[in-house]
Unconditional design. Structure first.
Length: 402
């Protein structure tokens, strides 16, 4: 098909040309005396993305799932009790991993579409007077349902009960796009992956680790080899890695971090919010609902759009791909067939998203959903035009008088 594929899945996301160019490098010796001049500033700048001064960032060749495994195996022992909130496919998979690693998992279930239930997490912690729960697991942004959870509220639940459990947060589809505060929320392991808000190709799992989590590692007996934090950090302190790192990924990450810091994290978050609001205006104009229940937990990086019961979500996705060269995200597991997802994170802008919304409209129409042609596009256009006028002054007509 002519033209570029419109990539609007919630990861992998579009990689900016600036990052692609930065990654296009000749290979080099990763043990050379020059290598630390790439890595040392990168390790320290990366901390700013997690908003941490006390934590350390560990970069693994891998993916978000590897980051989950690193968090669990570096800090816990077989049979340790963990509390896991489950409200979507990714929180389900992390829970399942904890069980498969031999941890004793107490699950707090919530409906898919709801956020991590901080009140019920607080109740579970209050009931654990012997402090047997060693870690609490939550997913900041459930990519499967487009739901953002309140990490600060979960921190509050721990503090209110004076509970010493570690707090582990999956920030795979939030960090770098939605405000995340490692130190302020006293997060002990924060996990992300390269292919989402960091705008990189897949291939890196990054875990930011608190001093408390590192100390827990001294007594943790789960087996870890490739994912050993201390092996990594000992070498990282010298500017190196214990194993061969993905060299292009490190150059790409340096560029990604530079781009985010040049723009300013708060501006990046505001940009994502504004784009997400436009997408939500489109969905409303279509007369469709988000999977996310409460407006306060709407995700600014992905919108999961419920389709009417007479239509299969995968038909919309297949038509979008085959007829219109548009990639939309599928409904996963319990949500298979019930929704499709529009990713709006990383390197996207209004006009790109208008293309995605137009393609989604056409595909929905073809799949038998009665959406009015142009209705979502018009609503998003209007929202973005109005909000651009407020935020981004343009010297309209400046040349006309001359
Ligand atoms: C919230 C969340 N956590 C974890 C993962 C798993 O990450 P990966 O596919 O990079 O292993 C994903 C992937 O989409 C995700 O969205």
């Amino acid at each position: 098909m002519p033209g570029r594929n419109f990539l609007f899945v919630p990861g992998p996301t579009n990689v900016p040309d600036r990052i692609l160019r930065a990654m296009h490098v000749a290979m080099e010796d990763h043990r050379s005396p020059a290598f630390p001049s790439l890595t040392k500033p990168l390790f320290s700048d990366l901390k700013k993305i997690f908003k941490t001064e006390s934590g350390e960032c560990v970069i693994f060749t891998g993916s978000g799932t590897g980051g989950w495994e690193a968090a669990l195996t570096n800090t816990l022992s077989p049979g340790d009790k963990v509390l896991s909130a489950r409200y979507g496919q990714f929180s389900h998979l992390w829970t399942d991993m904890a069980q498969r690693l031999g941890l004793d998992v107490q699950i707090v279930d919530a409906e898919w579409g709801e956020a991590a239930p901080a009140d019920r997490i607080a109740d579970a912690l209050a009931g654990d007077t012997a402090h047997e729960i060693r870690a609490v697991l939550i997913v900041h942004n459930e990519t499967a349902t487009g739901v953002r959870s309140d990490v600060a509220a979960v921190r509050k639940a721990l503090d209110a009960n004076k509970h010493p459990a570690l707090l582990f947060v999956d920030g795979v589809s939030s960090i770098g796009a939605i405000d995340f505060r490692m130190d302020e929320w006293k997060v002990d392991c924060a996990v992300t992956g390269s292919q989402k808000a960091l705008m990189l190709p897949p291939g890196a799992g990054i875990v930011c680790v608190s001093p408390k989590a590192l100390a827990a590692g001294d007594h943790a007996r789960l087996a870890r080899v490739f994912f050993n934090f201390k092996d990594q950090l000992n070498q990282n302190a010298l500017g190196y890695f214990p194993y061969t790192p993905s060299i292009p990924m490190l150059y790409g990450l340096r560029e990604s971090v530079a781009m985010l810091l040049e723009e300013g994290l708060d501006t990046v978050f505001a940009r994502h919010h504004r784009l997400a609001e436009g997408v939500r205006a489109a969905i409303k104009a279509w007369g469709l609902e988000l999977c996310a229940r409460a407006p306060k937990s709407y995700s600014d990086t992905v919108s999961a759009v419920m389709v009417p019961p007479h239509v299969k979500g995968q038909d919309v996705i297949q038509i979008a791909y085959e007829r219109y060269n548009l990639s939309l995200g599928a409904g996963l597991s319990k949500m298979a067939g019930k929704l499709f997802r529009i990713g709006h994170m990383g390197d996207v802008n209004e006009v790109m998203l208008l293309g995605a919304l137009a393609g989604a409209e056409m595909a929905m129409h073809d799949a038998g959903i009665a959406v009015r042609a142009g209705s979502g596009v018009a609503a998003a256009e209007e929202y973005w035009r109005q909000s651009a006028a407020a935020g981004r002054p343009v010297a309209v007509g400046a040349g006309a008088k001359a």
